[in-house]
Ligand binder design. Structure first.
Ligand SMILES: [Zn+2]
Length: 464
């Protein structure tokens, strides 16, 4: 199968891949507040597992450079970013109108260091894209990223800035087409919306659909205008298991790779689709989840792996540790090494956990129907679009050049500029109109769903 791949620095059939891993030791200290299910501490637990499994020595470990205002404003509105920069837990009572306007306060609370948190997780994803663009690695990993619900001028579903959109914009400087794949249990609405009218980014989201946050992601939502057939939605029901999931994932993604031929792939690995998630209601094992990583890796195309949801944090750490092993081509022992968070993993202290015996509400018939519908849409794209590609836009810049060996990323060239709408106008009219001003999604007759509250929606209790 010709997939348009074979562009990796380590060679087309390399079993091992060069991996860059972005991690900021501060990230685990950010705290959304008491009782909030989103816990940045899970990244610190993941990192500890990686360290004690001996995986860090096989990767290039980088501390992300914080994304600056101008970096964030490549997608987000200036006033929204100024608001995120200035709001504090102490001053928020004086800003009630603004809080409401930007949907900050409930699911997306104001907490200490909120803006630095955004800069850190966005910096990792954009930095990963830059590393891939330079050909410095085959796979870049940022488990702190993947916050797919954030909108241009609005926070949503625990997400404030959309690091994924920013990373894809960076990849588009070098690649004609970028594929986005989302295996979080929630619809990847923020990313879909940002690229709904372009044929340069295909978005594919596998998610629980029906009375579930954020309410979008109907199989009939396929993109609009030039972007028609470039958004794919795979609506699923409670209790889906590894076999059912892969009976859709592999044929669909295989076909997507064949017809779209992306130059780079971004995979959002939200771990709330795992069995026993505090907010989720799927029944995937860690191996079933990681099979998606393995499959997308097999196409030999530059790959950006991002985090996302995941609310039973011991399983999130297990999953992202195992998937880092998959990225490296290293199979990990099920018996967990001793480490500082070892007590979280009792009573078995194993990397893998058995899925539950919950009912799989996805009938074979329904899965078959979804699969043939999506393959039919994909057959409308038999030939990859040819995008006239102009002068390569400059890479993102950073105030000071960082030495690679210092553990910093080399995202920014001192003589370059990140803004797409500067004098050079690398992609005239296109990026600005399509990416900065995404069309409203309801043009294709899609209803505006009342968003459910992610925190309230719990269709299964965590496993013991
Ligand atoms: Zn989610």
């Amino acid at each position: 199968m010709d997939t348009g791949g074979n562009s990796l620095p380590s060679g087309a059939d390399g079993v091992k891949r060069k991996v860059s891993y972005f991690y900021d030791p501060e990230v685990g200290n950010y705290y959304y507040g008491q009782g909030h299910p989103m816990k940045p501490h899970r990244m610190r637990m993941t990192h500890a597992l990686l360290a004690h499994y001996g995986l860090l020595q096989h990767m290039h470990v980088l501390k992300p450079n914080p994304a600056r205002d101008k970096d964030l404003c490549r997608f987000h509105a200036d006033d929204y970013i100024s608001f995120l920069r200035s709001i504090t837990p102490e001053t928020q009572q004086e800003q009630l109108r603004q809080l409401k306007r930007f949907n900050v306060g409930e699911d997306c609370p104001v907490f200490d260091g909120l803006y630095s948190f955004c800069q850190t997780y966005a910096g990792g994803s954009v930095g990963g894209a830059v590393k891939l663009n330079h050909g410095h690695c085959d796979i870049a990993v940022n488990w702190a990223g993947g916050l797919h619900h954030a909108k241009k001028c609005e926070a949503s579903g625990f997400c404030y800035v959309n690091d994924i959109v920013l990373a894809i914009l960076e990849l588009l400087k070098v690649h004609e087409r970028v594929l986005y794949v989302d295996i979080d249990i929630h619809h990847g609405d923020g990313v879909e919306e940002a690229f709904y009218t372009t044929d340069r980014v295909m978005t594919v989201s596998f998610h629980k659909f029906g009375d579930y946050f954020p309410g979008t992601g109907d199989v009939r939502d396929i993109g609009y205008g030039k972007g028609k057939y470039y958004s794919l939605n795979v609506p699923l029901d409670d209790g889906i298991d590894d076999e059912s999931y892969q009976s859709l994932f592999k044929p669909i993604m295989g076909k997507v790779m064949e017809v779209f031929k992306p130059g780079a792939v971004v995979l959002q690995c939200g771990a709330d689709s795992l069995s026993g998630d505090r907010l989720g209601c799927f029944n995937l094992s860690i191996k079933g989840h990681a099979e998606c990583v393995k499959f997308m890796r097999s196409f030999n195309v530059p790959l950006l792996l991002l985090g996302g949801g995941g609310y039973t944090i011991r399983n999130v750490a297990r999953c992202w540790c195992y998937e880092t092993g998959v990225a490296l081509g290293i199979e990990l022992d099920d018996k967990m090494p001793q480490h500082e968070y070892y007590e979280y993993f009792g009573p078995d202290y194993t990397l893998h956990v058995a899925p539950s015996n919950m009912e799989n509400k996805n009938s074979r018939h329904l899965l078959e129907e979804i699969r043939s519908k999506l393959l039919e849409n994909l057959s409308s794209l038999q030939h990859a679009p040819s995008v006239p590609f102009q002068e390569r836009p400059p890479d993102s810049e950073m105030p000071e050049m960082q030495e690679d060996r210092d553990g910093e990323d080399e995202r920014y060239d001192p003589d370059s500029d990140m803004d797409l709408d500067d004098e050079r106008k690398p992609l005239p009219g296109r990026v600005k109109s399509e990416f900065s001003e995404p069309e409203p999604k309801d043009m294709d007759g899609v209803k505006e769903d009342e968003p459910n509250r992610e925190v309230d929606l719990k269709c299964s209790e965590p496993l013991a």
